[in-house]
Every structure is written in C-alpha cells, then in structure tokens.
Design a protein around this ligand. Sequence first.
Ligand SMILES: C[S@@+](CC[C@H](N)C(=O)[O-])C[C@H]1O[C@@H](n2cnc3c(N)ncnc32)[C@H](O)[C@@H]1O
Length: 306
Amino acid sequence: MSDNTKALEEPNITESAEIGSSTTEQTTGKRKRLDYRQSQQAKRKELKTVVFEGEGEEKIKLPKKKYYRQRAHSNPFSDHLLEYPKSPNDMDWSKLYPAIMPPKSNINSKTASPKVEIADIGCGFGGLLVSLATEFPDKLILGMEIRVQVTQYVEDRIIALRQQHAASEQKLYNNIAVLRANAMKFLPNFFEKGQLSKMFFCFPDPHFKARKHKARIITSTLASEYAYLLRPGGVVYTITDVKDLHEWMVKHLEEHPMFKRLSKEWEDSDKCVQIMRKDTEEGKKVERNQGDKFVACYVRLEKPEY
Ligand SMILES: C[S@@+](CC[C@H](N)C(=O)[O-])C[C@H]1O[C@@H](n2cnc3c(N)ncnc32)[C@H](O)[C@@H]1O
C-alpha cells in the first residue's frame, strides 16, 4: 500500500483462528473458505481506500459506495462501544478539521476557536454534508452516523474531496467532517448549550412497529436535548417519505414548548430545505421512485411557549 493511500482498518483473518483440529474434508472446506475470504479482504482493502494515483485533481478517485455496504439498521439501544468525550471541553476537534481547528493543546481560554455549528444527525452516505460544505464555507459542519462502514465511506469521501480541491484558493470541504456516534445518547458530550444553529434529521429510520417507536430519533425527551443544544433562533430540519413518521415528528416537536413550526413560505425560501430535498441520498431515492417528501422545520424559541 502506498504512503498516500488511506488505509482502513479491517480485522485480519488469520489461519490459526480458522483452521483448528478437524478432519481432512473439513479442513479442505475451511481452507477454501479462508482463501476466499482472504482474497475478498485483500480486494476490499485495495478498493475501499481513496486512491491517489498521481498528480492532478482527476487522478483522485472518490470511494465507491458498494464497498461500504452494511445492514440497513443499527439498534440505537445496543452497546456500540463508542468513543465519546467526557464533556465538550475534552473533545479534540483538530483531528476532524485539521486545516481549520488548532490542536486542543494550543487552545486556551483566550483563543477563540471556531465551533461546530451545524449537525447532520444520521448523515448516512453524506450527500447533505457535501452540499452544505459549499453552501456554508465558513461554518463547521458535522455528520453523525452510527454505522461503521457508512461512517468510513463518508470519511473517505471527505478526504478525497479535500484532496481534489487542495490546490484551489478556497480549499473546500475542510469544514465538513463525520463522526461515528449514537446521536440518541451522547450529543451533550460533544456540544455545549446553544452551540448549534441547525440540526438536520433527514429521512431518519422510521421504526415502523409501535413497540419500536421509542427508537425514533425525535421524541419528547430528545426534543428537550435538541432545544438545549440549539441556540435561540436555531432550526430543526426534518424530512421523511414516511407519512406516519412525519406526523410523529410534527406531534412531538409541536407539543414541545421550545419549538415553533416554520411556515410553508419559509420552507420554500430556505436554501437548506431545497438541499435536503434534492441532495440527500435518500431524497434522491425517493425522487427516483416518485415518492412523497414531507418536510417540517422548527425554530428554537428564546423562552418556552405553553
Ligand atoms: C435512512 S438513513 C438516512 C441517511 C441520510 N440522512 C439521507 O437522508 O440520505 C438513516 C441513517 O441514520 C443512521 N442512524 C440511525 N440511528 C442513529 C443514531 N442513533 N445515531 C446516529 N446515526 C443514526 C442510520 O445508520 C442511517 O445511516
């Protein structure tokens, strides 16, 4: 592997783990499976990386989604062994935004450093992030995604985009990053009170069955957390193709004293609504299938309104 190729960690398939003491027939079968898996692993290692073949923008290849497939759903209540800071102060953002954020050790109470302001919750393959990067070049934008492979894809996509634009004056895409996280559990560990100006919930998992509704990303309890993280005037954006989920999100945000729904006119004139309609991967899928897209946006109020 060349130095300028970003390696992704894959568990190593070792012989000893696979072939223990067994009959000759079993051993042959296991050996074949092992050989196959090793060759697949080698192929994936090569193909999953961002490849820099030489000079020039055109030589940098974007990663391919098909090599990052994973089960469609991840249980938000499972123990995912995720890493998260004890508090927002403990987070070293320079690892995610190296061209913009100084290393944590260089930050003191007197130096003002930029903060993440826009969060894409459950960012999937990162379509929204990539569009927001150029729409808000002076804001730090973070995608949060629970699935490992999907997070890795977005990470690689961002690395490739940054490289492709490294020579440009604006050095685009340095303002976006992705983090593997369970957004239902640890958001206040990453963000301070009132830090965010926009939170996106684009095509969240619908969790259709009634007994699974508690796994939905918008509930009364989580809405209070989102109100805590958003500054007054900040906006919660929601979009889904599932009517029942749309009604659920509207009900829970509508009932919340810290949120007020924004008008249809506001939605029609807002750039981000257009972006989430057309640039998210799910939005594109719904478009292809000529499905409906239900949008609801809420402003975070200064004071609760009962
Ligand atoms: C249907 S996809 C939508 C992806 C993207 N927002 C879009 O519109 O194309 C929902 C995404 O949310 C992620 N997700 C679900 N629960 C999550 C959680 N608790 N924290 C972070 N991501 C989550 C899923 O892994 C999945 O990638």
